[in-house]
Design a protein around this ligand. Structure first.
Ligand SMILES: *[C@@H]1O[C@H](CO)[C@@H](O)[C@H](O)[C@H]1NC(C)=O
Ligand SMILES: *[C@@H]1O[C@H](CO)[C@@H](O)[C@H](O)[C@H]1NC(C)=O
Ligand SMILES: *[C@@H]1O[C@H](CO)[C@@H](O)[C@H](O)[C@H]1NC(C)=O
Length: 781
């Protein structure tokens, strides 16, 4: 940190000028000017302005309609909204009426702590409908289905409680974010037929109203309408307004009827329901009536049917011999990915390197898929590239909308934040230490892979020529920023920024920017470091830049990208910079010690009694060398980027180590780090468990399979072996993920390399959903 600050110091305060002797008054003037300059450097907006300056946004040929409802509140079990910044929010919370005087266990925002048996969008197209099943540990099975129709929606919530005596409380609410809009609650809800719940007026919908029809007996209801609510804690708001009331059925918890104001910000109704119930909620706008009853069912069924046909068309799974469990896995993976697509609005918090000043970055509107609804309900740059490798196959127009949405968040320098934490609702889900994004930190440009595929699809790229013409200059900036900002100290070498060179408590200082977080790199971060994966990512990106420049660039640009590509894919140079002759593997290079360990050491501080202990890293003196006691995902990047000549000894060594059970091979997929590495399964600090140090991750398995698939088609002495490894690896991953879904009800963040068991965050239908691409025979498509 101190070092970075020094580099950033304005020229006026450099050491040489201080050496001059000068009269006192000059000294004062110069000091004042210097101080002002320093102040300006750190605080003057103009100095920082490139950080928060943006190019004109890319325009899609057809702007997606903003008033279309969707399950764009990724973090909610069931929440609908439109893609407008101040749009109306619809949501639902529920709980089982507690049997004793204890607080209700209310479910609202996806939370692993709720311990649900299972929940997922089992069918969803990310556009017009969704079907979700929620298997609550209380014995309640909920189905939440919805469709949009013009600017209306209809949702059907069905419940079945195992225990007939158990009553279920369901809260439905509408929250207006636009202060100009009006909202009111109908408090008379005493007949059993269609009821008007809410109505009001808004710019988006004109005069709108929400109706409910209930099929259930003996329903109690109560309402709540508050003048203000903390959008990040709606659940808490409901709980604070819940009281226990004595009824003829005993004690019931419900929203307190007294608390209804005129024109509330949030309007809610609670229904206390018997063991079986069906609720249909319809949102009607001034110009359109929502579909209900028969027309709702017809529309829903039609969309389900066309969804299933579209899946088959895109992935062709029939007649491939998959089991029902495996087919279920594939469909669930895609559906929950699409059903989790969110719309976020707000600004990031960012910092220039070397500055303490946090700036608002944006405002931005972002349409993005998310890695995991309970744990990571927001956009992540490199994850999103992986997500769209899958989404593109199903709905390329949707991928284009998402790509454009991301590219429009890029600043003029070509930087895109690694994590998109937009708006209060999103920020409330992120630990404070991760909120601030730094403008020197990159993330793998996995999107280039998707862009490549999009422009290879001639029909698509011709249709969207105008959009790609706008994409090209933005992507060029991104690429050039990456190349410049992450360059290494030698030609054609690259280094991820953001590693902490002074930290003493981490076994191996993390490289969050690489996406592989704690994957071991050179033990002592230095400017001489070379990161293999980054160089390979640039080779992949250069390939795409060449194609883009051929279509949209000038002669000079074409020449430049050709030149870059030549350098990045120069295999001899790659061998020179990254091949360890001793280990026979591609690896990083840097200041590295072979002998590193975390030790509990006394922390001696003068006058401090008793003595404290801390976990601290101790090591043998590091040397500049190949980081060749580490073999794992990073070493596969030359294969992934298809830089290794087919049938070469390099290929053979790489295949050998992939297929070796003492290294990367398991019956469940490739582990992230060789069992032979001293870092295998090691904690990074006293409290940080291993993450990319053995467990099986689906995204890197996917990239590897895709490359193996490619090399399988190249005749030669290694062809058959490559095919074999490809086939076995594919089977292992699919079989294990299907078994784990069956056993646990979830798709997981990663899988244990010893047992195959799902672990980490769940449900995780971000890049783990690439399993569907793996199942289809078009890994390269
Ligand atoms: C709900 O989950 C439980 C526990 O995993 C399981 O036994 C039950 O079959 C599930 N019910 C449904 C309808 O999926
Ligand atoms: C309703 O339709 C009319 C006529 O087409 C249009 O002028 C108006 O803007 C629409 N209202 C809303 C809220 O979309
Ligand atoms: C690096 O780690 C040290 C020790 O934990 C910490 O004080 C410092 O703020 C860190 N630097 C950066 C840039 O995060």
């Amino acid at each position: 940190m101190a070092k970075l600050k020094q580099q950033a110091r304005p020229p006026g305060s450099s050491k040489s000028s201080q050496k001059l002797l000068m009269p006192y008054s000059y000294f004062i003037i110069i000091s004042v000017v210097g101080a002002l300059a320093a102040y300006a450097y750190f605080h003057w907006p103009s100095k920082d302005s490139t950080l928060i300056k943006f190019l004109p946004p890319i325009q899609l040929a057809e702007q997606p309609k903003k008033t279309i409802w969707g399950s764009f509140r990724s973090q909610n079990y069931f929440g609908l909204r439109t893609k407008t910044p101040k749009g109306m929010l619809f949501g639902m919370a529920w709980y089982s009426q507690p049997s004793m005087m204890s607080m209700p266990n209310m479910r609202h925002v996806c939370d692993q702590g709720d311990g649900l048996n299972h929940y997922a969008w089992t069918k969803a197209d990310g556009r017009s409908f969704g079907q979700q099943i929620v298997n609550d540990s209380s014995g309640l099975i909920l189905n939440t289905d919805w469709i949009s129709h013009e600017d209306t929606f209809t949702a059907r919530i069905s419940g079945l409680q195992k225990n007939p005596k158990q009553r279920t409380a369901v809260i439905l609410y509408l929250l207006k974010q636009d202060p100009q809009a009006t909202l009111s609650i109908n408090k008379k809800l005493n007949d059993r037929h269609v009821k008007r719940l809410f109505n009001g007026q808004s710019d988006e919908f004109g005069s709108y109203y929400v109706d409910l029809s209930i099929s259930a007996h003996g329903v109690y209801s109560s309402t709540l309408g508050g003048a203000s609510v903390d959008i990040t804690n709606i659940r808490d708001y409901f709980l604070r307004h819940t009281t226990a009331d004595e009824t003829s059925d005993g004690l019931i918890y419900q929203l307190n009827q007294q608390d209804v104001v005129e024109n509330p910000v949030i309007a809610a109704i609670q229904l206390n329901l018997p063991e079986k119930f069906d609720l249909t909620i319809s949102f009607n706008s001034q110009n359109h009536t929502a579909l209900t009853e028969k027309s709702f069912l017809e529309a829903l069924n039609a969309r389900v049917t066309s969804f299933e046909e579209k899946i088959e068309e895109a992935f062709k799974l029939k007649n491939k011999g998959y089991t029902n469990n495996e087919l279920h896995l594939g469909q669930l993976a895609l559906s929950n990915m699409l059903g989790s697509i969110g719309y976020f609005y707000g600004h990031n918090k960012v910092q220039l390197p070397g500055s303490d000043k946090v700036q608002a970055y944006g405002t931005h509107s972002l349409v993005t898929a998310v890695p995991s609804r309970p744990f990571f309900p927001r956009g992540f740059l490199w994850d999103e590239g992986f997500h769209n490798m899958l989404i593109r196959k199903f709905d390329q127009e949707l991928s284009l909308e998402i790509l454009v949405s991301w590219l429009n968040t890029m600043n003029v320098n070509g930087w895109i934040p690694r994590e998109m934490i937009l708006g209060e609702e999103a920020e409330s889900r992120v630990p404070a230490e991760f909120v601030i994004q730094r403008s020197n930190v990159a993330n793998p440009p996995s999107w280039f892979y998707v862009i490549w595929k999009m422009i290879e699809d001639k029909e698509f790229s011709v249709k969207h020529k105008k959009v790609f013409e706008q994409i090209y200059p933005k992507v060029s900036r991104w690429y050039n920023w990456l190349r410049q900002s992450q360059k290494g100290d030698q030609k054609n070498t690259f280094r991820w920024r953001g590693r902490n060179a002074t930290i003493e408590t981490e076994l191996n200082p993390k490289t969050l920017s690489s996406g592989l977080d704690d994957y071991p790199r050179a033990s002592h971060p230095s400017t001489q470091e070379r990161h293999l994966d980054l160089r390979c990512w640039l080779a992949i990106a250069s390939r795409v830049m060449v194609e883009l420049a051929n279509l949209f660039g000038s002669e000079a640009e074409k020449k430049r990208y050709d030149e870059y590509l030549k350098h990045d894919s120069d295999f001899e140079d790659l061998v020179e910079k990254h091949w360890s002759h001793e280990a026979k593997a591609f690896v990083d290079y840097g200041l590295h010690s072979y002998d590193v360990e975390l030790k509990r050491v006394p922390l001696k501080k003068k006058g401090k009694q008793p003595e404290e202990w801390i976990w601290k890293r101790v090591s043998e003196k590091p040397q500049l060398r190949m980081v060749d006691d580490v073999f794992g995902y990073n070493s596969l990047y030359p294969l992934i980027a298809r830089l290794i000549p087919p049938n070469s000894e390099y290929m053979e060594h790489t295949l050998n180590r992939i297929r070796d059970e003492k290294e990367l091979w398991t019956n469940f997929g490739l582990r992230s780090l060789s069992k032979q590495s001293p870092y295998y399964g090691q904690k990074n600090t006293e409290h940080d468990p291993p993450y990319w140090r053995g467990y099986i991750w689906i995204n890197l398995n996917y990239l590897t399979l895709s490359a193996l698939n490619h090399y399988s088609g190249v005749p030669g002495r290694l062809q058959e072996r490559t095919q074999q490894i490809f086939t076995e690896l594919r089977q292992n991953i699919v079989r294990n993920m299907a078994e784990e879904l069956q056993r646990t009800g979830y798709i997981w963040e990663n899988y244990d390399d010893k047992t195959g068991r799902g672990r980490g965050t769940h449900p995780f239908t971000g890049w783990s959903s690439l399993v569907l691409m793996i199942m289809s025979d078009q890994l390269d498509g």
